[in-house]
Design a protein around this ligand. Structure first.
Ligand code: CA2
Length: 141
């Protein structure tokens, strides 16, 4: 099983700023943790600070993945382009947020992306990515 994990803008800074909100683990540690915990899964990890690059990655996903885990970061709250790309490719996708976006500022409480996803997992830090992978494994098996 092949899973594409996409992280959006500023998540390359994980572990270096705002640990009280986003935790102290780095993006590299998140990715290594998933590879170690799910050796049966072939992962591709992609992080970008650019909306169009994320759209391009989603468009190419059907060639390389069976499912998508996505934390679109701030694009969650603005990007109809990412929503449209996920709908267009039609792969099962799970949305993840490290923090509990529903208990933060009002502008973080709406996700454009949820409409294209099987589930949205929030506020569980790195564990949320594991739950997303487990949901995809269950869905795709
Ligand atoms: O809680 C999440 O995972 C978010 O997707 C993170 C985004 C935020 O805009 C969303 O509302 C919720 C922000 C990612 C910024 O990541 C940083 C990581 C370390 C230091 C600073 C920013």
């Amino acid at each position: 099983m092949r899973i594409l994990v996409i992280n959006g803008p500023n998540l390359n800074l994980l572990g270096r700023r705002e640990p009280a909100i986003y935790g102290s683990g780095t993006l590299e540690e998140l990715e290594r943790g998933l590879r170690d915990k799910y050796p049966e899964v072939s992962f591709r990890f992609f992080q970008s600070n650019h909306e169009g690059a994320i759209v391009d990655e989603i468009q190419s996903a059907p060639d390389i993945a069976d499912g998508i885990v996505i934390n679109p970061a701030a694009y969650t709250h603005t990007s109809i382009a990412i929503l449209d790309a996920l709908k267009a490719v039609g792969l099962p996708a799970v949305e993840v947020h490290l923090s509990d976006i529903l208990s933060r500022e009002s502008f973080r409480q709406h996700s454009f992306i949820s409409a294209a996803c099987l589930a949205t997992i929030t506020g569980k830090h790195f564990r949320g990515y594991e739950e997303a992978v487990e949901l995809l494994i269950k869905t795709l098996s």
